[in-house]
Design a binder for this molecule. Structure first.
Ligand code: NAP
Length: 259
């Protein structure tokens, strides 16, 4: 049993849908105060309404996580709304598919900025608030794609997700003086609005390639993030955990077909 994180303030970027909403829901169920961060107002307000309807505490701030001034303002507003910042879940991300031969510099920049630069900006903006509290937690949503696996069309995405893991190792050392840990969850294929956009064929073939024979649920990622945020994980930093239903395990097509 983990010590409850009741009344802790949690920023979840990209919490208006998908994995971010799953993380926000799991943390809200534990009594944490959630700041939902996204660009689209209707979905952000919808996520807050769902959390409140289930008895949780949440507010939203519209913010483009690529923009330093907007990120600084978002973190300041969170502290003002809930009286500080305890936990950052740096989760917002995009995964447009384009093969290298067709990829422009602008395509590359958009993915690297949204997925990787935003992680740095959000962590940096939270440091003064962690220092004020005397402790902090950061949980980064990376991916198996890039650090472990590959998929044509996602060279920029894979680089951004591997980059997050490179960033967090040095960040873990620099954040230690603020009694703050930083760790990553590496999801496999989790059913979200963004993933559904890749089409039913993608979802079906992907589920068939996973030993547990299903895509993950957003709350599967939320529970892993909750562990890293718990008091019991206080001595774990600079690490990552794969949550993928065993997807990276099969050595061949025959291996997965034989189970
Ligand atoms: P999703 O369903 O498309 O949701 C993405 C969320 O990020 C939305 O709330 C979106 O809101 C927000 N967002 C995107 N760009 C933003 C920006 N510039 N500023 C602020 N918010 C922004 O995606 P998902 O599948 O849940 O993925 C979430 C994270 O998990 C990503 O980092 C992704 O790489 C990672 N991941 C997902 C999977 C998977 O199978 N789904 C697997 C591995 C890793 P707005 O568009 O309104 O801003």
């Amino acid at each position: 049993m983990l010590t409850p994180i009741k009344n802790r303030t949690v920023i979840v970027t990209g919490a208006s849908k998908g994995i971010g909403k799953g993380i926000a829901t799991v943390f809200a169920e534990q009594g944490a105060h959630i700041m939902v961060v996204a660009r689209g107002e209707a979905e952000a307000a919808g996520a807050v309404a769902e959390i409140k309807a289930a008895g949780g505490t949440a507010a939203y701030t519209l913010c483009d996580v690529c923009d330093e001034a907007q990120v600084d303002a978002m973190v300041a507003k969170t502290a003002e709304t809930f009286g500080g910042v305890d936990i950052l879940c740096a989760n917002a991300g995009i995964f447009p598919q384009k093969k290298i031969i067709e990829m422009s510099g602008a395509d590359w920049d958009a993915v690297l900025q949204t997925n990787l630069k935003s992680t740095f900006l959000c962590v940096k903006a939270c440091i003064p608030y962690f220092e004020k509290k005397g402790r902090g937690r950061v949980i980064v949503t990376s991916s198996i794609t890039g650090p472990v696996t590959a998929y044509p069309g996602w060279a920029h995405y894979g680089a951004s997700k591997a980059g997050q893991l490179g960033f967090l190792k040095t960040a873990a050392m620099e954040l230690a003086r603020y009694n703050t840990t930083i760790n990553a969850v590496m999801p496999g294929n989790i059913i979200t609005e963004g993933l559904a956009g890749l089409g039913q064929d993608y979802l079906d073939t992907m589920a068939a390639s996973i030993p547990l024979k299903r895509l993950g649920d957003v709350k599967d990622i939320g529970y892993a993030a909750l562990f890293f945020a718990s008091d019991e994980a206080a001595y774990i930093t600079g690490q990552s955990i794969i949550v993928d239903g065993g997807q990276i395990l099969p050595e061949s097509l025959e291996a997965i077909e034989s189970i």
